[in-house]
Design a protein around this ligand. Structure first.
Ligand code: 6PG
Length: 225
């Protein structure tokens, strides 16, 4: 596992964007990227949207999704569209949302898509964020999805609120060639420390075969010994 400490979010996001472009350039044929949600990645996606790359070979999908309408301001898919997808010619695969289907049905449908997208190949790269409580994707402390060892994508709930989410599971994360975590700000310092001590959901992403890189800023690194 590699850890790179940057001065601030802009430098961290720029470094991650460079890594994404490098990894894409090293790969023949199609390249698949799981996109992190939340607010931090917006800076990364805006930089990526300006990069010169052959996006036509790239499949983008969501490492987790909030169970809201696609145009809802909380939607991870909407954030990805506004900051990246609408500016490049990659193929974007979103989980279906409607009032007529359940999170379980949508997650099962999305998993089928992901498995068909990755026949005889692994996901090349999954981008991840880090929550203040040490969650990553929508793998929250105490949530049922933490125990999933077969499915790639499931519905999950935030235990504290019951809010429904869809999320990649550990088996999917662990199957990726590369995992890149971008976490910045003093508010993430405890979660970073706990993750490196293996006592948060994000602390278990390095238990598969993936190359794991953490890109954090000095504020998020401030509690590391
Ligand atoms: C989400 C994300 C989640 C996110 C962290 C960090 O839907 O919120 O997928 O895992 O990466 O919560 O979010 P911020 O970048 O907004 O702090």
């Amino acid at each position: 596992m590699d850890v790179v400490v940057h001065a601030n979010l802009t430098e961290a996001a720029t470094a991650v964007a460079d890594r994404v472009v490098d990894l894409m350039a090293q790969t023949e044929g199609r390249f698949s990227i799981g996109l992190a949600g939340g607010s931090t990645p917006a800076a990364l996606y805006e930089i990526l949207s300006q990069e010169t790359a052959d996006w036509s070979q790239v499949d983008l999908w969501l490492s987790d999704a909030r169970w809201v309408a696609h145009d809802d301001h909380r939607s991870n898919g909407r954030m990805a569209r506004e900051t990246l997808v609408d500016h490049i010619d990659a193929t974007f695969h979103r989980p279906r949302w409607s009032e007529g289907i359940t999170p379980d049905e949508s997650a099962a449908e999305y998993e089928k898509m992901l498995r068909s997208l990755h026949v005889n190949r692994q996901p090349d790269l999954i981008l991840l964020g880090l929550g203040h409580d040490g969650h990553t994707a929508s793998l929250f402390p105490g949530s049922t999805a933490l125990a999933e060892r077969h499915r790639w994508y499931v519905a999950n709930e935030i235990p504290a609120t019951g809010e429904p989410r869809l999320t990649a599971t550990y088996p999917l994360l662990w199957s990726a060639d590369h995992l890149l975590v971008l976490a910045t700000g003093a508010g993430k310092a405890e979660a970073v420390r706990d993750s490196f001590d293996g006592i948060s959901p994000a602390g278990h992403i390095d238990e598969g075969d993936s190359e794991v890189e953490w890109h954090i800023d000095q504020a998020a690194a401030s509690l590391l010994s």
